[in-house]
Design a protein around this ligand. Sequence first.
Ligand code: SF4
Length: 265
Amino acid sequence: MDLDLVADCGRCSGLCCVAPAFARSADFALDKPAETPCPNLRVAVPGRSDAPCGIHGELLDRGFPGCVAFDCFGAGQRVTADWRDGPGAARAAFDSFAVLRGLHEMLWYLSEPLPELAPALGEEVAAAAARVARLAEEPLAGVDVDTVRGEVGALLGRVSEAVRGPAARGHARADLVGQDLRGGRAARRALTGTTLRGALLMGADLRGVDLGRADLLGADLRGADLRGTGLARVFFLTGPQVSAARGDATTTLPARVRRPAAWSS
Ligand code: SF4
C-alpha cells in the first residue's frame, strides 16, 4: 500500500469546503447547502477553489471547530489530482470524494503499526488493507462504502481487544464532556489502555494522564486539555483529533501523528 493518507490542503481544491452541507451549530458558524462553496474560501467558484480557507488560523475563534476536527485522510488532494475539467466534472469529483474519503479513513486505521498483534490477526489486517487499497484504485462508482466500513469496523474491534487485552475496561461512547479525568491513581489507571472509542471528551481535563494503549478511534477531543498527557502509545488517533484539542510541548504523541505547531511552546 502506497497511499498518501495525510490531508494536504495546499494540493486540494477545497472539496471539504464545498461538497458537504453545514448546519449552523456549535461546529459551524453558518448554514451552507451541499455542493456550495463556503463563503470563507478565498475564491468561491463552484466545485473549484485554488485558494485556501481565508480564516484558517482562526477557525476555533470564529466558530468553526467542525472544520478543525474534519479529516479527509488525503482523499481531497487525490481527487483534485485526477480532476479533469468538463461537463459533470464537479459532480464526479464530489461523488469520488465521498467514497474515497471513507476508504482512506479505513486505510489509516488499518495501517496503524501494532506490533503486538498476533500473526493471524496481523495477516487479516494486512489482507483487509490490501483489499481496501484495491477498491480505492478501481472505478469508485460501484463501491459500497458502508458495507466495507462495517466489515472493517468489526475487524478493528477485534484488533482493539487484542491490543488492550480482554479484561481492559471500556468507555466506548461515554459522555465525558467537560469532566476532570485526572483523578487519583486508581482513576488514572482506569483510563490506561481503555477504549475511548467514540467517547465525548470535549473540554475534558486529561492533563498529565498517561492513556497507555488506549483506543481513541472517533473520540471527540475538541477543546480537551491534553497538556502533559501521554498519548505516545494510543492507537487509532488522527491529526485533526489532536488539532482540535489543547496540548503543549510535554504532550506525547504517536510517531505518525503530526504535532500541532502551537503545541511546541
Ligand atoms: S471555514 Fe474554512 S475550512 Fe471551514 S469550510 Fe469554510 S473555508 Fe473550509
